[in-house]
Design a protein around this ligand. Structure first.
Ligand code: NDP
Length: 295
């Protein structure tokens, strides 16, 4: 193959899917994993299994890491970095999850050892890797990203956010913030209706329309973005006081039915504090004033 060699370190479900997609595209792929047996199927398909992390990094200019978190990267690459020059000139693309600050520190660490460091957050589950649905947020070293972009595109559509290495994980978490909160609310809502003897099947399909009603209400998000940036929350739609009354009812109903109250309490507190801060007659978007970082 005349395509550039790529090294993949970390062969959980995600790393395996990435290695598979890269091999299918024709790239020579070198692997390393703490548990070597997880490479068996890929090696049978033509991948090289490196005996050590240092050999894995040395095999390709570009190394993709897919690990549980960033401490795993230090466990694996720490001993490599202690060999002078072993990381120099190499591009490391870490697609493991962690906090933005951890990503920033790792970028400093890698750069200090002469490597170029790109961080990423994969936005789809492992089976979607290499399909049209896949997309990945990236940030960090711009030229290293651009040089790696044709390879990274095989994994999923790359969305580069900027040179701050923390941005990819910040975007990853922000998307997962929406996702996880919606999933918890669906389960909470199901628990509410089942107290009346209604089976989940009679509730859940209809409940999903509430999720799709959100884009119907806020459009493509740009009007909401404009309101949040301008701090303008005219009360011509759904006011904070009106929505807050409903938030209060959901909390009281949950309490009465013995269903978990943590989520409704958190939601109610946003409305309560927004009303207390004088936003009662404004649009619900005024919640942003109590939610966002103050000062
Ligand atoms: P796993 O946690 O299953 O993969 C773990 C990988 O990290 C394995 O290769 C494991 O090695 C290795 N590892 C963990 N700790 C260490 C350590 N201390 N030293 C050496 N190796 C270590 O994760 P996934 O493959 O599911 O995901 C990888 C990353 O992708 C995660 O950060 C995850 O958040 C993210 N992601 C995953 C998605 C998914 O659908 N799976 C979706 C979106 C993002 P070993 O095999 O030896 O245990």
């Amino acid at each position: 193959s005349d395509l550039r060699p790529v090294t993949v370190i970390g062969l959980g479900p995600m790393g395996q899917a990435m290695a598979t997609a890269l091999m299918r595209a024709g790239h020579p792929v070198t692997l390393w994993n703490r548990t070597p047996s997880r490479a068996d199927a890929l090696v049978a398909g033509g991948a090289n299994l490196a005996p050590t992390p240092a050999a894995a990094v040395a095999a390709s200019q570009l190394t993709i890491l897919s690990l549980t978190d960033y401490p795993a990267m230090y466990d694996i690459l720490g001993p490599v970095a202690s060999q002078p020059g072993a990381l120099a000139g190499h591009t490391l693309v870490n697609l493991s999850s962690d906090t933005p600050d951890t990503s920033r520190q790792a970028a400093e660490w890698a750069t200090g050892h002469g490597a170029r460091f790109v961080t990423g957050g994969v936005m789809v589950p492992a089976p979607a890797i290499g399909t049209n649905e896949a997309y990945v947020f990236y940030s960090g070293a711009r030229e290293a990203f651009q040089h790696s972009e044709p390879v990274l595109r095989i994994i999923g559509e790359p969305r580069y956010l900027g040179t701050d290495p923390g941005l990819a994980q910040l975007f990853y978490q922000a998307h997962l913030d929406v996702f996880l909160t919606c999933l918890s609310s669906l389960l909470h809502a199901t628990a509410l209706v089942t107290t009346a003897g209604v089976p989940p099947a009679e509730f859940l399909p209809g409940a999903l329309t509430t999720l799709t009603d959100i884009p119907a209400m806020i459009g493509d998000g740009l009007e909401l973005a404009r309101a949040l940036e301008a701090g303008e929350h005219p009360g011509d739609l759904s006011t904070t006081r009106m929505m807050g009354a409903t938030a209060e009812h959901i909390l009281r109903t949950s309490e009465a039915l013995g269903v978990d109250v943590a989520l409704p309490k958190a939601v109610r507190s946003h409305y309560e504090r927004a009303v207390a801060a004088g936003h009662g007659d404004q649009d619900w978007t005024a919640l942003y004033e109590v939610i966002r970082a103050q000062g």
